[in-house]
Design a protein around this ligand. Structure first.
Ligand SMILES: *Cc1c(COP(=O)(O)O)cnc(C)c1O
Length: 383
């Protein structure tokens, strides 16, 4: 919990990062993954803050990238290129070339057409690309439809139809080397049985590939572990122990095969809090009390974009009495609302609200719409 005394003189809005919690979370992930010899790649898109990134590098994690600029950023920030994986349905020729030149660990390839292009580009550069085929496993995890990626109607991953065509085509693609399989079924998944289903699906596919004569050295099961947005103070660290155990108990790895994970939200989500000041109280014609704060959807778009819920508290009010409010930002969009009908202590102009669990897909998705300033980052160990 952010202490009001510590931050009351800082200009709002800003992102506050609890570096002790981040350290602790990373420590637990390392410990649990090491138990089984699993390799973790941090999903850079969740938060590319430099200090956070350096913690991931020091921990020995690799990076999961979804754009050429992310690959470049990871390289520039000192990550071992042999721990960089690169996914995405729309890799451009330039992005592929850059990643090839830096000899990344693997391209997570999402279509037959992309595989052909990677092969062409690798050929023109007289090299061979290490590729994992991103398979669409046709699993629909229990999460919001906008952050589900592994259903057969989604744009992500290779479908069974294309997979058969790829297998037939492979003998002619001399400049790609298939090192393994990749999956990523979605985000904010809290029901571990969804990961169990994924593990079992991986087993089926492994057998299918083996029958076809493949020898796969790596399996990558993506990310997606969720965090507790409802009561973040009670569950600051996700259930990593249970998460890795589900894979250990269900997935059948072959001798020498490595298992890779791409964790984003679960690593950084809970360490971030958005601090914002109340500008105005107002009442709508319908009789609803609004508090208008100085942060908006440009700082945190998740509620507007995914109907996401974040726990909001008033850390400066001294009132015991509570009331129901809608909390909105200053941006000229009706969807610029952080939450509706939430109970807060009597809230007035000048109060500071803390919006919890914003470390992932918060600051990273900020924009300057309405020509607004970016909210800066503040770190718990430097104030
Ligand atoms: C976004 C993404 C991740 C990370 O997902 P989280 O839910 O944040 O863990 C992992 N892999 C790929 C391919 C992604 O696109």
């Amino acid at each position: 919990m952010v202490k009001i005394e510590k931050i009351k003189n800082l200009k709002t809005p800003f992102y506050y990062y609890d570096m002790e919690l981040l350290e602790k979370t990373i420590g637990i992930v390392k410990e649990e993954a090491n138990k089984y010899g699993y390799m973790v790649h941090y999903a850079l898109k969740a938060n590319f803050d430099e200090r956070i990134l350096q913690k991931m590098r020091v921990a020995g994690f690799g990076v999961d990238c979804v754009s050429g600029n992310e690959v470049r950023y990871a390289v520039e920030k000192g990550f071992d290129t042999n721990k960089i994986v690169f996914a995405g349905v729309g890799k451009s020729d330039e992005e592929i070339s850059y990643a090839l030149d830096h000899k990344i660990f693997s391209f997570n390839c999402e279509s037959k057409n992309e595989l052909e292009v990677i092969n062409e580009i690798a050929k023109s550069r007289c090299t061979v690309a290490d590729v994992a085929l991103r398979i669409n496993p046709d699993l629909n995890p229990n999460t919001h439809k906008y952050i589900s990626t592994g259903g057969k109607e989604n744009k992500f991953g290779i479908s069974p139809i294309e997979l058969k065509e790829i297998i037939e085509m492979l003998p002619n693609l001399k400049n790609v080397n298939i090192i393994g399989l990749h999956f990523h079924i979605g985000s904010q998944i809290l029901d571990l049985s969804d990961f169990e289903r994924l593990a079992l699906r991986v087993n089926e596919l492994q057998e299918w590939f083996e029958e076809k004569g493949f020898n796969l050295s790596s399996i990558n099961v993506g990310g997606g572990l969720g965090i507790d947005y409802v009561t973040p103070l009670e569950t600051p660290i996700p259930n990593f122990k249970g998460y890795f155990k589900v894979f250990a108990e269900n997935i059948k790895l072959r001798k020498g095969q490595t298992l890779h994970f791409e964790l984003g939200r679960s690593l950084v989500g809970q360490c971030g809090t958005l601090l914002t000041k109340v500008l105005y109280n107002k009442e709508t014609a319908s009789g609803k009390e609004f508090v208008i704060v100085d942060a908006g959807m440009t700082d945190l778009i998740r509620p507007s974009l995914y109907q996401a819920k974040h726990y909001i508290s008033n850390i400066s009010s001294t009132f015991a009495e509570r009331k129901s409010y809608n909390v909105g930002g200053p941006v000229c969009e009706s969807s610029d609302i952080f939450d509706k009908d939430i109970e807060l202590p009597i809230t007035k102009r000048g109060d500071i609200l803390a919006i919890s669990s914003v470390g992932a897909y918060g600051q990273a998705m900020a924009s300057q719409y309405n020509l607004r300033d970016f909210a800066p980052a503040v770190y718990s160990d430097s104030i």
